[in-house]
Design a protein around this ligand. Sequence first.
Ligand SMILES: [Zn+2]
Length: 258
Amino acid sequence: MDCDRACDLLGAYRDGELGVDESAGLAAHIAGCKTCRDTLAEYDRLGRALAAEGRRPMPLSLGPKVRRTLDTEDADGIAAEARSWRMPRTRSGAMAFASRAAMLLVACSLSAGTSWFLATRGDRIEQIERDVVSAHVRSLLADSPVQVATSDQHTVRPWFAGRSDLAPDVKDLASQGFPLVGGRLDYVDGRRASVLVYKRRLHTINVFLWPSPGNADSALRATTRNGYTLLAYTRGGVTTWLASDLNTEELKTLASLL
Ligand SMILES: [Zn+2]
């Protein structure tokens, strides 16, 4: 076994992940190769140092640097960063190799963290989509989709006050082809939502609104679920979801008028 191959296998060897033959071959190489012995010792030292450190929050400045470095494939900067962050300097000849290992550890944990974040966020959005569609369908199955039935915007808004966390701005958009039917309260994503109901020809449109203070404004996101069109956006600390069997373009027109 040559040194390059041995180096590739050292991590797996240390973790007991090699097969019997490969493990024996590598052990024989290590016995006769000071470089690989030193590298393995550095791995052990690094492993102990990381274990002793426990889990510490990653410095905020490091994330963008890792991403930039991975983009440019220039690992030197991040190796220096990892060295200054986690690891005491050492004169060991295996240092460069260990730094690279530390860099990869940082990159792996960052990418795992990012994936976890994205997966969690994806699950959350899917959960809300399901809830919004359920609430929309429930409203269609009920005798009436509204608790306060009126096209008078000046009636609907006060009706929400005291009943809901949010008394939204209400517009009758009949002249634009979206007559206001009324309003109701519903329960979406574990919270009370104020709902405005509009019509477009024979289509019913539910507009769900709830306060989301501190959330940044977001672009309009369109999706379909179970054959229903959904639009979502956050603006001015209010999250809004529109649900209908109307097509996306016409639903976007309503969103732009709200
Ligand atoms: Zn070697």
